[in-house]
Write a protein that binds this ligand. Structure first.
Ligand SMILES: C[S@@+](CC[C@H](N)C(=O)[O-])C[C@H]1O[C@@H](n2cnc3c(N)ncnc32)[C@H](O)[C@@H]1O
Length: 220
């Protein structure tokens, strides 16, 4: 999902995965296809909006990967729920969703200090929030030639994203902070959620491997 320019698709293909690149924008898919072609790959692309993904995507997948802080582009809760439910539906019974997001909690609660500002933007581009409240994060991107670009995003709180994932049916959600186990990294810039679909039946209160354990550990 959120193929964009195809960076992750190309890396995944080169790592040996069978990849289907989905994006709502035909223009972005064309760019991704061309970027893939220049590296000797023919990307399989599908133009589909996440909110009605299963209208256009009919296969089932081991993983749905939505990176680049892309889920932040949905501004209504209904849209977020619907998109996550569609991701869930397109996964095999034991598939997983990998979705990342900026650490908006830090931005909303404590101001903004980016130690890892090169993540996604490269060394030449700086990203700074211009306005942030619970309903909007407006970022300014500044390029080497001093030109600027503004992007409006929905500031997803970590616990909120995890709750929505759980509510659409994901059984276990592990959240990594700048690629470390959550807790190992103070004040990360990004979170990566790995949401597992696999359902394990509860066998009792002391069941150590099941849903209960997963849930207890994960709250917020
Ligand atoms: C930030 S870009 C992703 C970039 C890429 N994943 C990366 O990390 O380099 C977000 C992408 O999500 C796509 N997108 C946003 N909302 C969408 C939606 N509702 N359905 C499908 N694609 C959507 C946009 O067209 C855009 O290509």
């Amino acid at each position: 999902m959120a193929t964009g320019t195809g960076f992750h698709s190309v890396r995944l293909v080169e790592a040996g995965f069978e990849v289907c690149s989905v994006d709502g924008s035909a223009e972005m898919l064309a760019r991704a296809f061309e970027n893939g072609r220049q590296r000797g790959h023919v990307l399989r692309t599908i133009q589909a909006d996440w909110r009605w993904l299963n209208r256009d995507v009919h296969a089932s997948y081991d993983a749905v990967i939505c990176l680049g802080n892309s889920f932040t582009h949905l501004f209504s809760e209904n849209d977020r729920r619907k998109a996550l439910a569609e991701f869930y539906a397109t996964l095999k019974h034991d598939g997983c969703l990998i979705l990342d997001q900026r650490n908006y909690d830090a931005i909303l609660d404590g101001g903004y200090s980016s130690r890892h500002k090169y993540y996604y933007c490269g060394r030449q581009v700086s990203a700074e929030p211009e306005h942030v409240d619970e309903g909007l994060a407006r970022f300014r991107y500044t390029f080497p030639d001093k030109s600027t670009y503004h992007l409006n995003m929905f500031p997803l709180r970590k616990a909120y994203t995890r709750r929505l994932m759980r509510e659409v049916g994901f059984q276990k959600i592990s959240t990594y902070a700048d690629f470390e186990e959550d807790g190992a990294c103070q004040d990360p810039d990004f979170f990566v959620h790995v949401a597992e679909k696999c359902y394990r039946q509860e066998t009792g209160p002391d069941d150590d491997a099941g849903v209960v354990h997963g849930r207890r550990r994960e709250d917020a």
